[in-house]
Design a protein around this ligand. Structure first.
Ligand SMILES: [Fe+2]
Ligand SMILES: [Fe+2]
Length: 289
């Protein structure tokens, strides 16, 4: 199928999952220059399920400090509006696509891969900070990881047979999954994920990371560092089978990203140990899957 035809098909999908309304409302409220913590907290509190999820995560070992956080207002005051917004978004993405499993697509393994990729991006960032111009918080890096492969969820649901063919083709011929998807579907999961992220009105820089996580050198300059972090973390998680990303046969590797971050292949084992350790703290996220 031609790329344009695929985008037309995507745009015509009537039951395409959306993020909960509360995520839209928080995003809008944050954009307001007069946004205040109380208002953001109130919007989330109006959705009790969302409130419970966010409180669970902010108190989990992944973010939790010594003092328990009992209210959204305290969460926003301590962590900031953007961090709480990112966590609200993170906890929502798990429920956007169904839970049904497929013989060739292990959904729990998929989410574990995404969680580990986010944790890995934060670990690599800490290691390579000196070579990165912008400053990032862990919630942003975790969210990048959670979202980077969302295109696969679209593929598995709406381009099911062609996607399974791509997984088989990648396995049989040792091809990169994105290359196999191009052959069988006509568009790869990074392109489709970038489209979905934009459609969900996820912040533009995150949508670009999703779009370029397999080719960070092609990413717009302002998001290149973030795309490189996600790319390297994704490579390590695929290589070391942390979760199952579906790219294990030939994980995508762009040497320039490693060089620019100042990362060496010999760093992998230390990073893997840290991801394994940190991911134990993320069980709270797996419980949402
Ligand atoms: Fe990917
Ligand atoms: Fe991935």
């Amino acid at each position: 199928m031609e790329q344009q035809a695929i985008v037309r098909k995507l745009e015509s999908i009537l039951d395409l999952p959306t993020l909960p309304l509360v995520v839209d409302k928080v995003r809008e409220a944050i954009r307001d220059v007069n946004a205040d913590a109380q208002r953001i907290a109130k919007i989330i509190e109006d959705d009790p399920a969302m409130m419970a999820r966010v409180l669970k995560v902010v108190n989990s070992p992944l973010y939790g400090g010594r003092e328990p956080i009992n209210s959204l207002q305290t969460a926003v005051a301590r962590m900031g509006m953007n961090a709480v917004n990112n966590i609200a978004m993170s906890t929502s993405v798990f429920s956007t696509f169904g839970k049904e499993d497929d013989k060739l697509f292990d959904r729990k393994g998929y989410w574990r891969h995404c969680i580990c990729a986010g944790i890995g991006a934060a670990i690599i960032y800490e290691r390579c900070k000196a070579n990165i111009k912008k400053r990032y918080t862990a919630d942003v890096l975790h969210l990048c990881g959670l979202l980077h492969d969302i295109g696969k969820l679209v593929l598995v649901r709406y381009f099911h047979d062609d996607f399974l063919k791509a997984i088989r083709l990648a396995d049989d011929e040792g091809l990169a999954l994105v290359a196999a998807e191009k052959q069988t579907v006509g568009m790869d999961h990074a392109e489709i994920g970038g489209w979905l992220a934009a459609r969900w009105k996820i912040p533009a820089d995150l949508a670009q990371v999703v779009r370029y996580h397999h080719d960070p050198a092609a990413a717009p300059e302002e998001v290149r560092d973030l795309a490189m972090l996600c790319h390297c973390s994704n490579y390590i998680c695929n290589l070391e089978n942390l979760g199952s990303g579906g790219d294990a046969a030939a994980p995508s590797f762009q040497e320039s990203a490693w060089t620019k971050l100042g990362l060496a292949l010999s760093d992998i084992s230390v990073i893997v140990d840290r991801i394994t350790e940190e991911s134990k703290k993320s069980e709270v996220l797996m419980a949402f899957v």
